[in-house]
Design a protein around this ligand. Structure first.
Ligand SMILES: [Zn+2]
Length: 60
């Protein structure tokens, strides 16, 4: 699996279905068939900035 934002393949796993990209400082949350991109604002508030619908046939 790679970061959908910067294509970095060095994602760290920080939860059961949660990843963190150290390259662009983005959290990636996998929820059933959607991938949520969570970025921190300048105030340090986590905000979902993008929701990507995953291919139901995709495996990772
Ligand atoms: Zn990234």
């Amino acid at each position: 699996m790679e970061c959908p934002i910067c294509s970095c393949k060095d994602l760290g796993k920080i939860g059961r279905k949660k990843y963190f990209c150290p390259n662009c400082c983005t959290e990636i949350l996998i929820q059933s068939n959607v991938m949520k991109i969570i970025s921190l604002t300048k105030k340090g508030v986590a905000k979902v900035t993008k929701t990507i619908l995953l291919d139901a046939n995709a495996t990772s």
